[in-house]
Every structure is written in structure tokens, then in C-alpha cells.
Write a protein that binds this ligand. Structure first.
Ligand code: ATP
Ligand code: RIB
Length: 306
């Protein structure tokens, strides 16, 4: 039986979002436009992005023993995502993200990890039998680095493809790169990982080459409104971004990585999966909120067909 499932290991947050005409200066109070609460967290967003592409999805992580945590679990379950491996942490509250969005759609995000910061090596060890049944394991950097490193090693050892979205950016041990199948940094994450300032295709190529030289099989650098750049040993491509009306880019990167993993898990080529994910992420930036903005498969296919 071919493996079809995708396991996402990562953070679950409640996003507390304030829309404001502009970001206030230090010491200044201004009147903002609106407040919304959304389901978020890079891990949970990416799990939703995988699941909405019609792929069986398992979420693993930690929430607090509180209303936010209970709400997260019930939302993901309604989405059809398995939450059996979301541990309820007895010490820490659920993670939250405080998000400011200005009139141009630019965001500023502060995350309080709470229970996400308690994901342990034991949690990862318990996931090994699940990894052995998954086509693909997706990981980000909103849980402790030792857990991330252990998860990458274990997933690779269990024969799953490993998709790493290195966000929020932090340096990784050099010996972990050969265990990563696809890495999906944005421009600033690529710069932090490689020391190459990414501003255009030429600099994206340089940064991607550094990551390939460290042993990653495929690099996809997301370039926001400039689209996505891909490099493997055998292939290179740039996909321009779709021309859409941007209202809120929160979870654009998560939608990209989740949609990509869904297709890669199902056996698509990197270029095919990137083209699809570029369409899914373009739709996400036209909508408000993290998880509410993530499109389903039919919407992506319709959009790409136009
Ligand atoms: P975020 O942190 O806001 O979730 P990110 O910084 O991780 O996003 P970006 O590189 O900004 O990731 O965007 C991810 C993908 O989303 C891009 O590669 C592209 O496919 C899509 N995208 C982002 N901005 C735009 C835009 N202005 N127009 C069309 N597509 C976009
Ligand atoms: O990538 C977007 C996510 O980052 C938000 O949903 C927020 O929770 C932070 O984790």
C-alpha cells in the first residue's frame, strides 16, 4: 500500500488580530479599526492547508488545558484532521499570537509559545510509528529546536519525505540538512540560514545553492509578491506570483508549505507541487485571517484553470 498520509508537527496558536490604519509609534495610542480572533499557529495552519487539499492529515503538538486549547482541538477535528497526537499540556497555557495588520495589509506578529514550547523529545519518539505510515512529515520552527531536530531525523529514518518550513527563522545544526527533502524559507529566512541577502532571482539562486550544498534535496524560496524560486540538483525554476488583490498575507507561507506537502506526499513532482502551492497561497492573500484564508482543492484548481 503506498503511504498517503501527511503528519504535521508544530505549533497551534490563537491569533488575536488588530486591524489598524497604521502601526503606532513608541509611546503613542491610536484608535484601531477592528479586532478578530482566528485559529492560527504555523503547525495548525499547515495541517489545515494539507487537509483542505483532500489529503488525510495528522496534527501533532501541544495546547494548554484551557478554552483556547479545547477550541483548537475541536476546530481541527471538524476539519477532519486527526488530533490524537495533540497533547494537552498541564503546565502551560495555549500559544497565542498578537498580530497587527495595517491598511496596506502588512503585518507585525508576536508569538507567546506557551504549550508549544513544551513539545518534547518524548513526544517526537511517540510519533515514530505514525511517521512510518506517512508519505510526508511537515515541520516548522515554532516548537523547541531539539524537538525539531529529532523529528527531522526520525521522519527521515522512517522513510517519510521531510518538508521543513524554517519559520520563524533560526540557525539549524549543519548535520541536519541532509535529512531534509524540501526546505521552504521566505527571503529573510533564507538570508538568516545562508548569509546571502535575498532580493531577486539571482540572489535566491545563490542562497538556494548554499542549502543544496549542505545536503537538502530541494529548495523552494518563497519571494512574496515575486512568487517562488526552486532549485534541485536536476532542476531550476521561477514561478511569478499571481496578480491578485492582497488584503492579508498572514499564513501565505503556511498555505504554500501545506499545499506543497499535500502534493509532494501524493507523488507530484517538485515543480508541479510548487505551481499548485503558488496558486493556493495567492488565494490565501486575498482573504482575512490565518486558517479562514486557506483554500480548498476545488478552489485552487478553479483558480489555476482561469
Ligand atoms: P507569511 O509569513 O506572511 O505567511 P511568508 O513570508 O512565509 O508569508 P511569502 O514569501 O511572503 O511567505 O509568501 C508565500 C507565498 O505566498 C509566495 O511564494 C506566493 O506564492 C504567495 N504570495 C505572497 N504574497 C503574494 C502576493 N502579493 N501576490 C500573490 N501571491 C503572493
Ligand atoms: O504563519 C502565520 C502564523 O504565525 C500565525 O497564524 C501565527 O499564529 C504565527 O504562528
Amino acid at each position: 500500500m503506498p503511504r498517503r498520509r501527511v503528519l504535521v508537527i508544530g505549533s497551534l496558536n490563537i491569533d488575536l488580530v488588530v486591524h489598524t490604519p497604521r502601526i503606532p509609534h513608541e509611546g503613542e495610542t491610536i484608535l484601531a479599526t477592528s479586532f478578530h480572533r482566528y485559529f492560527g499557529g504555523k503547525g495548525a495552519n499547515q495541517a489545515v492547508a494539507v487537509s483542505r487539499q483532500g489529503v488525510e492529515t495528522i496534527m501533532a503538538g501541544r495546547v494548554g488545558q484551557d478554552d483556547f486549547g479545547r477550541d483548537q482541538i475541536s476546530r481541527l477535528s471538524q476539519e477532519g484532521i486527526s488530533t490524537e497526537h495533540v497533547v494537552i499540556d498541564e503546565e502551560q497555557p495555549s500559544g497565542i499570537a498578537s498580530i497587527l495588520i495595517d491598511a496596506q495589509g502588512n503585518n507585525r506578529i508576536m508569538v507567546v509559545p506557551g504549550a508549544n514550547g513544551q513539545v518534547s523529545l518524548r513526544d517526537i519518539e511517540a510519533l515514530e510509528p505514525v511517521m512510518a505510515e506517512c508519505a510526508c512529515v511537515v515541520i516548522q520552527l515554532e516548537i523547541p529546536l531539539p524537538a525539531v531536530v529529532a523529528a527531522i531525523r526520525a521522519a527521515n529514518a522512517q522513510g517519510a519525505k521531510v518538508v521543513l518550513n524554517p519559520a520563524p527563522a533560526q540557525a539549524l545544526p549543519l548535520d541536519i540538512y541532509p535529512h531534509i527533502t524540501v526546505i521552504t524559507p521566505n527571503e529573510s529566512e533564507a538570508e538568516l540560514l545562508t548569509g546571502v541577502r535575498v532580493t531577486d532571482i539571482a540572489s535566491a539562486r545563490k542562497a538556494a545553492q548554499v542549502l543544496l550544498d549542505r545536503g537538502v534535496l530541494a529548495v523552494l524560496i518563497t519571494l512574496g509578491s515575486k512568487g517562488v524560486y526552486g532549485l534541485t540538483l536536476a532542476d531550476e525554476f521561477h514561478l511569478p506570483a499571481h496578480d491578485v488583490k492582497v488584503v492579508d498575507t498572514v499564513a501565505a507561507g503556511d498555505t504554500f508549505t501545506g499545499a506543497l506537502a499535500a502534493l509532494i506526499g501524493a507523488g507530484s513532482s517538485l515543480a508541479e507541487a510548487a505551481r499548485y502551492a503558488n496558486g493556493a497561497a495567492a488565494l490565501a492573500v486575498t482573504r482575512h485571517g490565518a486558517q479562514p484564508s486557506i483554500p480548498k482543492r476545488e478552489e485552487v484548481l478553479d483558480f489555476l484553470a482561469k
